[in-house]
Write a protein that binds this ligand. Structure first.
Ligand code: NDP
Ligand code: KAL
Length: 259
């Protein structure tokens, strides 16, 4: 049990657990350690079993699972309707979802196709807007929405390409959503995580080189973990962060301050 932060009696929706390496799973573990009730969403049936096994592995598992492909307005509406029916009130959402076609994550950004661009924006940026809209009526006691971004949304990073543009849209969406939802005491923030080896990072040719550069250049001279991102999300979900909204917190060993 986390002895600094208690979220006992509070309920959070965690979107984007693909496997035990997922950042969403790091966040789920931190929330669980603070005594929170969890609801997991998964994109399609293919992943349900894995997510169920992970959810059941948490001690005291009374966690719910709901299907939600964020490209579908119908899924989004059904998902939050089902959550409302099952638990009533929620206190936050962890949005840990992004996608771009493989061919758009190499070469020149200028060659990005219209379809590839729209797909990435749809899954990686618009989805936060849809999620916030559907989650808002369930956060009647106030709430906190946390999404994940990467430094490539602020600066040009090799190969991040289209995803950098989607993250820039996501980060701007955080600010506009924060302004809309502040009057309901709902806060909206992002965490800009340093590189972490997850399924999404798989197949990235020079990932080791990227990790090594952080070890050499970042102020803390090491990479970050899912647990560290999870604990920062836990802070943003807690009352300790009650004055913070529209913010982007870098959990990246300080790498972003370096020239
Ligand atoms: P994972 O591969 O573990 O998670 C990505 C998740 O996105 C998967 O669970 C995937 O579900 C989900 N997803 C993709 N398309 C959809 C969809 N249409 N509907 C619902 N869910 C969908 O990788 P990470 O944990 O690394 O990624 C989580 C977030 O963290 C992303 O936003 C990523 O950009 C961000 N991030 C990651 C960093 C890293 O180095 N790993 C660094 C900074 C930010 P499914 O498998 O079912 O398709
Ligand atoms: C500069 C970095 C190197 C990597 C370049 C691009 C990474 C983009 C992230 C994006 C989310 C990856 C994908 O969409 C992968 C997808 O094309 C193929 N993978 C899948 O479909 C798997 C099965 C599913 C689970 O993945 C998803 N996303 O659904 C960025 C590095 C250093 C940091 C990273 C990895 C940042 C980030 O945003 O994830």
């Amino acid at each position: 049990m986390n002895d600094m932060i208690s979220l006992q009696g509070k309920t959070f929706v965690v979107m984007g657990v693909a496997n035990f390496r997922s950042i969403a799973w790091g966040i789920a573990q931190s929330l669980h350690s603070a005594g929170a009730n969890l609801i997991f969403t998964y994109a399609n049936e293919r992943l349900e079993k894995g997510v169920r096994e992970l959810a059941d592995s948490l001690e005291n598992p009374n966690n719910l699972l709901v299907q939600c492909d964020v490209t579908s307005d119908e899924d989004l509406a059904k998902c939050f309707a089902s959550i409302k029916e099952q638990v009533g009130t929620i206190h936050g959402v962890a949005h840990c979802i992004a996608f771009a076609n493989k061919e758009d994550l190499k070469g020149d950004f200028v060659d990005t196709s219209r379809d590839g661009y729209l797909l990435s924006q749809n899954i990686s940026a618009y989805s936060l807007v849809g999620v916030a809209r559907e989650a808002k009526p369930l956060m009647v006691e106030g709430g906190s929405i946390v999404t994940l971004t990467y430094l490539g949304g602020e600066r040009v990073m090799q190969n991040y390409n289209l995803m950098g543009v989607s993250k820039a849209a996501l980060e701007a969406s955080v600010r506009y959503l924060a302004n809309d939802l502040g009057k309901y005491n709902i806060r909206v923030n992002s965490i800009s995580a340093g590189p972490i080896r997850t399924l999404s990072a798989k197949g990235v040719g020079d990932f080791n080189t990227i990790l090594k550069e952080i070890e050499e250049k970042a102020p803390l001279r090491r990479n970050v973990t899912q647990e560290e991102v999870g604990d920062s999300a836990l802070f943003l979900f807690s009352d300790l962060a009650r004055g913070i909204t529209g913010e982007n917190i870098h959990v990246d060993s300080g790498y972003h301050i370096m020239g």
